[in-house]
Design a protein around this ligand. Structure first.
Ligand SMILES: O=C(O)CCC(=O)C(=O)O
Ligand SMILES: [Fe+2]
Length: 294
């Protein structure tokens, strides 16, 4: 199976053939209005943000250090991954270069609503830095059944996605249903025989291309070169119920009462967003809220 790639696709085609059906898509040119696409390079990020610091598993790294590490990474000696920065909070000046962040397709997106700022839903707009040979540590579903958008801005990553409905071939971890026990790069078919029936789709994402990963799609990635990509999450009516179920399931660790309360809040927030959409109420995008220039 091959990934579907589309150029200049209409919004209706996207909604009807990808959002409603849960079929992943690569947009080849949705970033055509991002002014950064003509400028982005490892050097550009060093020049603009070299001294900004982020945390990776308790250790602080500056952007200069991160870029040096990913430049030296090899498959035998890969750099730490995933090293990320939270764009609106740590690199707000980047927002004007990646505008419109929703690419005019990821809309409506309820995580932009003020109502969701209060929750701890795990959504984010992040920039990922990876070196040659780094791998996302496991095949997974994104928490909260949020859909994901990944745009390559520098270098190349190979992604693997599985069509919907292949959960039983992927052996979810008993304690963490969002993570597969398999090493898809070197699968143990004796232990995991059903994986033979899975139909992974492998493809390379190039600079300027955007991958839409609908909620409920198992996926993973590894970097073929030093790479930089930007990812954000997406919530709308299609994933509302799965989202609310996940809120309850994931918050249960804090106790059932708190989980129920949080799930009700999530339901209320989704309901208000749905009404807002019906009345055409415009939501402020993160670009507008955090961009220091706007
Ligand atoms: O770009 C990648 O390595 C994949 C990231 C991803 O799937 C995630 O953060 O959930
Ligand atoms: Fe993911």
């Amino acid at each position: 199976m091959e990934i579907i790639r589309k150029t200049d696709i209409s919004y209706d085609d996207f909604i009807n053939n990808h959002v409603k059906t849960g079929i992943p898509l690569v947009f080849t040119n949705a970033t055509k209005d991002w002014k950064g696409m003509k400028e982005f390079s490892l050097e550009w990020f060093k020049e603009k943000f070299g001294e900004r610091v982020t945390d990776f598993e308790g250790t602080k790294f500056s952007m200069n250090e991160v870029i040096d590490m990913i430049s030296k990474s090899t498959p035998d000696n890969p750099s730490p991954y995933p090293i990320t920065f939270d764009v609106p909070h740590q690199l707000p000046e980047l927002l004007e270069y990646i505008d419109p962040i929703d690419l005019n397709y990821a809309k409506p997106n309820w995580v932009d609503s003020e109502l969701f700022q209060r929750g701890h839903w795990g959504y984010a707009t992040e920039i990922f830095f990876g070196g040659r040979g780094v791998k996302f540590p496991y095949v997974h579903l994104d928490y909260y059944h949020l859909s994901a958008w990944v745009t390559m801005v520098v270098g190349q990553k190979e992604f693997t996605v599985f069509p919907r409905g292949q959960d039983e071939f992927l052996y979810p971890e008993p304690g963490d249903n969002y993570r597969s026990k398999l090493n898809i790069f070197n699968p143990d078919y004796e232990k995991y025989p059903k994986f033979k029936e899975a139909t992974p789709i492998h493809f390379v994402l190039n600079p300027g291309e955007t991958l839409y990963i609908p909620f409920g799609i198992w996926h993973s990635a590894h970097s073929l070169t030093p790479s930089i990509s930007i990812a954000f999450d997406h919530l709308s009516s299609e994933n509302t119920w799965d989202f609310i179920k996940d809120v309850y399931y994931l918050k249960k660790r804090m106790g059932k009462v708190k989980a129920l309360f949080t799930a009700f809040y999530a339901l209320y927030a989704c309901f208000m967003c749905k009404i807002g959409d019906a009345f055409g109420i415009k939501r402020q995008l993160i670009n507008e809220r955090y961009n220091p220039k706007s």
